[in-house]
Ligand binder design. Sequence first.
Ligand SMILES: [Zn+2]
Length: 178
Amino acid sequence: MERTDTPQPFISKSYWNAHRPHVLVVACSDGRYQKALDDFLQTSLGITDYDRMYVAGGPGALASSSLSFFRGEQFRQDTAFLIDRHGIERVVLIFHGPLLDGGPRDAVCADYDRKMPYASPAEIHAQHQKDLVEVLRGMRRAKSSLSIEVFRAEVRGDHRVQFTPLAEPDDQYGRGIA
Ligand SMILES: [Zn+2]
């Protein structure tokens, strides 16, 4: 006798997009700010379709400050692979944490908290800048023509999330972010 309770597939209203978006967003897995991130990407940057590298720590996972050398190296290789095979031309890097002026302490990125357990939010923000120099260098090594934008999702005291462009790091090669 045929079972009547066979699970049925869900068929999405959205279609497969045969064209690659050529945009890569690197952000933290943290689900607490994802709706704000989606809103920012779509409303502020006009990005609706994009490849995602969502891992704990976001861009920080690609830095040598990552929890282990092997973790950082693995994500660097994976990112270089996406840049190459998916024809990435534009990259958006998103760090996250509390707004220093009144943001909630528990908005600190858990990945940064585990590698810098005694650091203040300000010290973690400073680490973002250090990691950024390295991450940008690695990405440009993978593809020198990349357009790269960098932001930090900052949780305010009222729990709204603001996306602040990060200042150009003091790169010893004197090159800008974009
Ligand atoms: Zn995080």
